[in-house]
Design a binder for this molecule. Structure first.
Ligand code: WQD
Length: 342
């Protein structure tokens, strides 16, 4: 079975992708420095798949360790690169940490594969679009001035991949532009595991509902949207994980679009924050304690993806709706209450 390297594989999207790779008959191999995840996730994955994934703990910013790993593992045919810092707010406060971590890890990994044919799937983000001029946003939309160092690292990383794919010929790459990943595996054994106070909406909702947080603040109720709150394209993390398997398969088959390509990974439908809250209350049966507060700097008002290209050319389409996103996120939060991780 083809060995696929999953960097950041103990993280939220990484762990779900490891499960889907296993389900698709691949052998996932994880590298993670555990800076934003917990090693117990390996046991959780084993409870789901029956196999504890091969795991290597080191930082991809360590060039020597990265090269040594690649030399010792010649049978890896593909890479799914998640390992990066990803908190928008933190990146504004600590830009150097973001540029160092996100670029050194990517470049070390690419350098270690110089001259070796490799399929490479990159975790990118819809933040590259900024505030789109037209909606739904397609992959042909112009990349806008990044609203944060985090978003800038995604834009520049995409440019690096496009240029090295054209220059060297041994890298076959796909960048997946995620919209908003939410939810958890149906087993409720893995899910989003924010360290400290959650930055993202869904974990804040579920932690408020379970009583870990006193209330949710909706960042802004006076935007130019139907109910005044921001609109996002929420996508179930399991659907997102399956998109990575589809990308690996396309690269193995040979992408007719060439050796660098970009795909939107969303549902094509936008929900406002208040609609997301209502969907959570319906799915969980829990009334949520929230208030409308001031806007959050840097927030995009409305963004949702055009997924025509992904459906037609990646051979992938999201299947799970907002109800399952909310129900699975709630089931995971309740699991954590009885089985704390970390
Ligand atoms: C969603 C909406 C907030 C928290 C970012 C990155 C993206 C991806 C996901 C990594 C916004 C509102 C949130 C809260 C709120 N990153 N909100 N109260 O900012 O759309 O996307 O995280 O994978 O690349 O850009 O996600 O979940 O932070 O916010 O009202 O306590 O929820 O204002 O409208 P965001 P988010």
């Amino acid at each position: 079975m083809s060995k696929i390297l999953v960097t950041g594989g103990t993280g939220f999207i990484g762990s779900h992708t490891v499960v889907e790779l296993h389900n698709a008959g691949y052998t996932p191999v994880i590298i993670d420095n555990l800076s934003n995840s917990n090693i117990q996730i390996l046991d959780q994955i084993a409870k789901i798949t029956g196999v504890r994934p091969e795991f290597h703990e080191f930082d991809l910013c360590d060039e020597a360790k990265t090269h040594a790993f690649v030399q010792a593992n010649p049978d890896i045919t593909g890479i799914i690169h998640f390992a990066a810092s990803k908190a928008v707010g933190e990146s504004v406060e600590q830009p150097l940490k973001y540029y160092h971590n996100n670029f050194f890890s990517l470049i070390n990994l690419l350098n270690a594969y110089r001259g070796k044919p490799i399929n490479f799937v990159f975790s990118s983000s819809c933040t590259v679009y900024g505030e789109p001029d037209t909606l739904p946003v397609t992959e042909a939309a112009p990349v806008k001035q990044a609203a944060s160092p985090y978003g800038n690292t995604k834009q520049i990383s995409e440019e690096i991949l496009a240029e090295i794919s054209a220059a060297y010929g041994n890298y076959n790459t796909i960048a997946l532009r995620y919209f908003n990943p939410v939810g958890a595996h149906s087993s409720a054994l893995i899910g989003e595991l924010p360290l400290g106070v959650p930055q993202n909406l869904l974990p804040f909702i579920t932690q408020t509902a379970i009583g870990k947080r006193e209330k949710l603040t909706v960042f802004g109720g006076d935007y130019d949207t139907p109910d005044g709150s921001c609109i996002r394209d929420y996508i179930h993390v399991v659907d997102l994980a399956k998109a990575h398997v589809a990308a690996i398969r396309l690269l193995e088959k040979g992408n007719p679009n060439g050796n660098y390509d970009v795909f939107n990974v969303g549902t094509g439908k936008g929900y406002s924050v208040l609609e997301a809250i209502a969907a959570f209350e319906k799915a969980s049966g829990q009334k949520l304690n929230y208030v409308i507060g001031p806007r959050r700097d840097g927030d995009i008002i409305r963004v949702w993806g055009d997924v025509t290209k992904s459906t037609a050319q990646l051979g992938w389409k999201a299947e799970l709706g907002i109800d399952e996103m909310m129900a699975s996120a709630w089931a995971w939060e309740k699991y954590l209450q009885e089985n704390p991780i970390g």
